[in-house]
Design a protein around this ligand. Sequence first.
Ligand SMILES: Cc1cc2nc3c(=O)[nH]c(=O)nc-3n(C[C@H](O)[C@H](O)[C@H](O)COP(=O)(O)OP(=O)(O)OC[C@H]3O[C@@H](n4cnc5c(N)ncnc54)[C@H](O)[C@@H]3O)c2cc1C
Length: 415
Amino acid sequence: MEHLYDVAVIGGGAAGLAAAIACARQRNKTDIVIIEKEARVAKKLLATGNGRCNFTNTENNAQCYHGKDPSFQAAANRRFSPWANIAFFRSLGIMAKTEENGKVYPLSLQAAAVVDLLRAESRRLGIAVLTETTVKRITRREEAFFLETADKPVYAKKVIVAAGGLAAPELGGSPWGYDLLTSLGHSLIPLAPSLVKIKTDRRIPNALKGIKVEGALTLKKATAVAGYAAGEILFTDYGLSGPPVLHLSRLLCYENPGDFSLEIDFLPCFEEEELFSLLKERREVLTAQTLEYYLTGLVQKKVGQLLLKEALHCKVSRGVESLDDHELKKICRFLKAFPLAVTGTLGWKQAQVTAGGIDVADFCAGTMESKLLPGLYAAGEVLDIDGDCGGYNLQWAISSGRLAGESIAAALTEV
Ligand SMILES: Cc1cc2nc3c(=O)[nH]c(=O)nc-3n(C[C@H](O)[C@H](O)[C@H](O)COP(=O)(O)OP(=O)(O)OC[C@H]3O[C@@H](n4cnc5c(N)ncnc54)[C@H](O)[C@@H]3O)c2cc1C
């Protein structure tokens, strides 16, 4: 006689762990197994937020989510709001710390602490974990699901597919979740890498490699503004990285990146007219100096010298007093809107999240249960919901996972 679990969770990431814990807490003695293809659960979670795990955002709103029907996220995110998830983490022993723009991290700033405590709580609740086990097929046999693996099959009354998406294959990203669900009749919205570093014309970024600036970026398609984002921008040998870059990368997902350009505003704190007056003032104050010092103290020295060379095509040994108003206008323009042609993105390997996924129209927003196959649930990145940079993707993974877990607990109790 094969063992029949109450619940099998496919994927031991943020969504799968949250689902299993929520279900076990809600209904005593529920027999749950998490099936994870990697050697350990939560491999991706360990790498989140640069190892600090930005697990939610207190400025959560509908505009932060994307997909064919982004409103699908509302039910889960209302029931398990950022505050509810902060309380959930507190119940695991993780205290929260809110940083700029509402980003929430564990107080210890360690993703490893989050993973340790999620695993400890799973153990305490008696949740079984099968690692290095890939679910290759799901079939329904009378009242139970049959999950095919390379080893022994797993039988369960209810199944949650929390297998994530294609992003970051080295951290577990794979097409398995899509294959499992489409083979059961669910539809797939086209997939694209999102929250990913942007490749540009390399000459200038490479010359400034390693430098970070607090600036702003405007993404343009021909002359039309496609998006704007401010924050820390990092120059690299291939182009640009940093939160505003990841944010704007969402707009490139389903487009030809070569149709786009970026403009860097190195001084978003000044309007262009205001900056022009300031440059004129500096021409008076620094009149006895060479161009080497003209922008020093306004922007980073290396950035300033490079911009002057690009704007004026002259040596920095030239005197400041020789600058005419036309040249000041050019310098001002480069400081406010330095142009870079976009050539692509770093793709799936570097993407933080998958845009697209399993069509949410096939699922019930209030329970996460499939409308096509009762007893089957899905949560997290495998579904066609992706969030902005800043904690929104883990918020979605945790809230949708908890909703699936609690819905199953309620359904099992009713029987
Ligand atoms: C480098 C990086 C940094 C990030 N930082 C942040 C951040 O700070 N804040 C934020 O909100 N988001 C962040 N994200 C995004 C966030 O990590 C994901 O959106 C989130 O982890 C998705 O959770 P999930 O449980 O749906 O999927 P995953 O975390 O990908 O988990 C799915 C799990 O399922 C397993 N699996 C897949 N198929 C099978 C199968 N057939 N059988 C068994 N197991 C299977 C996988 O191995 C994986 O462990 C980051 C992503 C990356 C890559």
